[in-house]
Design a protein around this ligand. Structure first.
Ligand SMILES: Nc1ncnc2c1ncn2[C@@H]1O[C@H](COP(=O)(O)OP(=O)(O)OP(=O)(O)O)[C@@H](O)[C@H]1O
Length: 672
């Protein structure tokens, strides 16, 4: 295109951006006015509240972020049955002019799909795809692909490359402008489709999960608002890191939680050793708990007699046995089963009363009989009420209860691991561990059914234990799930060896496993270095290729690690972007102190705002990334935990542009 045309086009596009921004402002003003007058137009308090919530969300959705472009692409349709000759700008949300004509289409709208998927082979009616380059929210360039003339850039796009190589600052950003076709296919999968994504580090798994949540909320807003969307992440630092992505996409109502917070019914005040924790996280514990619970049910041993003040009613032992047996056979949650028995007993009493009086007793009578002492005593004897905490407490505190429930499932050594050496006197006084909290959640799920979300996204899923999977399964019983992970990054003692087993525990055994193999984070040289560890990790994962040819790797020996770290960080600060210093947990304080002594301020993973340098314990670095990474003493990271090599693999794959490895001890064998 001649330069003058280019200039004219750029001017026209900038004008379109100005017009679109002004239109968005007016949309927001209208929403704010509606929000302000909502109380007066709503008929009642409930409607006013609903309307208020809706409008508040709408106002939040319409916020313009001056640094993020309102649109990032444009589609010019050629020969298309519905859009022949039309052009659309594609952006983060719909913007319409005062007549309702679209100025910008939401990236999730059906037509926008072609922006991500059209190719020379399958142009989908698109003649030209345009991508915009931005700086501080202003258009600085654009790049056209004339698909109708056989031009296609794919991953050679200059704008895509610039976006991928842009220095990272602070929390994670959205990738709407540059979602790749293989990612888009996952993002736009149907709501009822569960998917499991196996992807090497930096292939965009987290990005895909978050964009999928935003996509599903757009397409199924009402349905999902009622049931909710849940994102499960490995720790709070990770959740803080991703917290801004969905709001930037206009989605402000998504629950984000760790598994620990999801099951936090009791305060966690104790730590199990690895062997005990592993035993508690084992899938067999579900059956042990089920047996312990249902083992409390007793056969009725005597008849019951209930008086209503005028008459005495009697139910024989045989009848009662049948009632209990039938309720058991129905397979209801335990608590519901108990209430079912109560209801059956009352209805038998009611039938006797009807036969004698030739009229049906009223509701008050039925309630009184249901709560009467003989009925309650009968229930307590045959189907006793139990709390989740009470059930787990008895199992861990009482050797006989455990032996009965675990018979044939856990051997004596395993039972010994589970038993508390010095049990508390009551469940209330118990000092629960994180693994106990999972058992309590399992017990709660056996007693009452938990409500299901509409869709659940689980990140770093390779680290879920069977019992954690079950906790998620209970919350996604009527939902589809998006499972994201990498078997090579499994660091938990119970980390998955394959996906089908994990999917079985999640109650979605038929879910397809889809690989992502193009890496957007880690430079090729760093990937090649980290991949030397793969053969030692004993997992079968497809190899990934990095899109990044830039970046670098440096391996240095240093006798004085703190001083060498300070020097490396100083050098890194001469470049743009964030700096992450990653070391074994036990070394973190020493490095932080050395940096502070040299006048370098540092952030923590929980609070990334402000400082460019973060010192990160290896145990907390999963899912995070930094432009420049300094890894200190790999051998120490490996030695710190049983799956230390997997941890090192995670640590080495956090760098966006440069990785420096500092070591005094020899490097772990596969790297040496
Ligand atoms: N299509 C894309 N365009 C631009 N950047 C992308 C794209 N896909 C991923 N990225 C970027 O690559 C980086 C890695 O993405 P992400 O964290 O989602 O990967 P991951 O597979 O979850 O990695 P890990 O396994 O290490 O947790 C992020 O900075 C993300 O924004």
């Amino acid at each position: 295109m001649p330069a003058t045309d280019l200039d004219t086009d750029l001017t026209a596009e900038r004008a379109h951006l100005t017009v679109s921004r002004a239109a968005l402002r007016r949309m927001r003003q209208r929403a704010e006015q509606l929000y302000a007058t909502g109380d007066t137009v709503a008929g009642d308090a409930y409607t006013a509240e609903q309307l208020g919530r809706h409008m508040a969300r709408r106002v939040a959705e319409l916020a313009d972020h001056p640094d993020t472009p309102l649109f990032f692409g444009r589609l010019d349709f050629g020969d298309h049955p519905d859009h022949r000759g039309r052009a659309y700008h594609v952006g983060r949300r719909h913007v319409t002019d005062d007549l309702g004509e679209p100025l910008v289409l939401d990236w999730r709208a059906p037509i926008s799909r072609s922006f991500y998927r059209a190719s020379v082979k399958d142009p989908q009616g698109v003649a030209t795809r345009r991508r915009f380059g931005f700086q501080q929210g202003e258009i600085t360039s654009f790049e056209d692909e004339h698909l109708s003339r056989g031009e296609e850039l794919g991953t050679a796009s200059r704008i895509l490359t610039a976006e991928i190589e842009r220095p990272r600052v602070g929390p994670m950003r959205d990738i709407v402008a540059t979602i790749q076709p293989e990612q888009d296919e996952l993002v736009r999968a149907e709501l009822d489709a569960s998917i499991c994504v196996q992807g090497a580090p930096g292939t965009g798994k987290t990005a895909v999960g978050l964009h999928r949540a935003a996509f599903l909320l757009y397409l199924h807003r009402e349905r999902l608002r009622r049931s909710g969307v849940l994102i499960v992440g490995p720790n709070r630092a990770f959740l803080a890191y991703i917290a801004g992505v969905l709001p930037a996409l206009g989605e402000v109502e998504v629950a984000q939680s760790t598994v620990e917070d999801l099951v936090a019914r009791v305060p966690v005040r104790a730590v199990d050793d690895t062997a005990t924790a592993t035993a508690k996280h084992d899938a067999r514990m579900a059956e042990v708990l089920r047996r312990a619970l249902y083992g409390r049910i007793r056969k009725p041993e005597q008849p019951i007699t209930v008086s209503d003040g005028s008459y005495r009613w009697r139910l024989g032992q045989e009848v009662l046995r049948r009632v209990v047996d039938e309720a058991r056979r129905e397979g209801l949650p335990y608590g519901t089963g108990r209430e079912r028995v109560r209801a059956r007993v009352v209805s038998l009493l009611q039938r006797q009363a009807e036969a004698r009086r030739a009229e049906s007793p009223g509701d008050a009578w039925l309630r009184r009989m249901g709560r009467s002492r003989p009925v309650t005593e009968f229930l307590d004897a045959t189907w006793p009420a139990v709390t989740p905490e009470g059930l787990v407490f008895e199992l861990l505190a009482d050797a006989q209860t455990l032996a009965n429930a675990a018979d044939g499932l856990l051997d004596a050594d395993e039972q010994a691991l589970l038993r508390w050496p010095r049990p508390a006197r009551t469940a209330k006084a118990a000092r629960w561990s994180a693994a106990d909290a999972i058992l309590i959640d399992e017990a709660a799920g056996l007693i009452e059914r938990s409500p299901s979300f509409g869709h659940v996204v689980v990140d770093e899923a390779q680290d879920l234990s069977p019992m954690q999977c079950r906790a998620i399964a209970r919350r996604s019983e009527h939902a589809s799930i998006t499972l994201l992970g990498d078997l090579a990054q499994g660091t938990a003692p119970w980390a998955a060896a394959d996906w089908p087993t994990l999917l079985g525990h999640l109650g979605k055994p038929a879910t397809a496993v889809v690989p992502l193999t193009v890496g957007f984070r880690v430079p090729a040289a760093v990937v090649a270095f980290a991949n030397r560890l793969l053969p030692a990790l004993a997992v079968d994962v497809p190899a990934a290729r990095s899109l990044r040819r830039d970046g670098g790797l440096e391996i240095r020996t240093a006798a004085e690690l703190p001083a060498a770290t300070v020097a490396q960080v100083r050098a890194a600060l001469d470049h743009e972007g964030s700096v992450g210093v990653i070391a074994a947990d036990a070394r973190v304080e020493q490095l932080r102190a050395a940096l502070h002594a040299d006048g370098i301020a540092t952030a923590t993973v929980e609070d990334m705002a402000g400082e460019r340098v973060t010192v990160v314990p290896a145990s907390a670095v999963k899912g995070l990334e930094y432009d420049q990474v300094v890894v200190v003493e790999p051998a120490e990271i490996v030695a710190a935990e049983p799956r230390g090599l997997h941890r090192l693999y995670v640590v080495l794959t956090r760098a966006v542009s440069r990785l420096t490895v500092l070591h005094a001890d020899p490097l772990p064998a596969p790297l040496g």
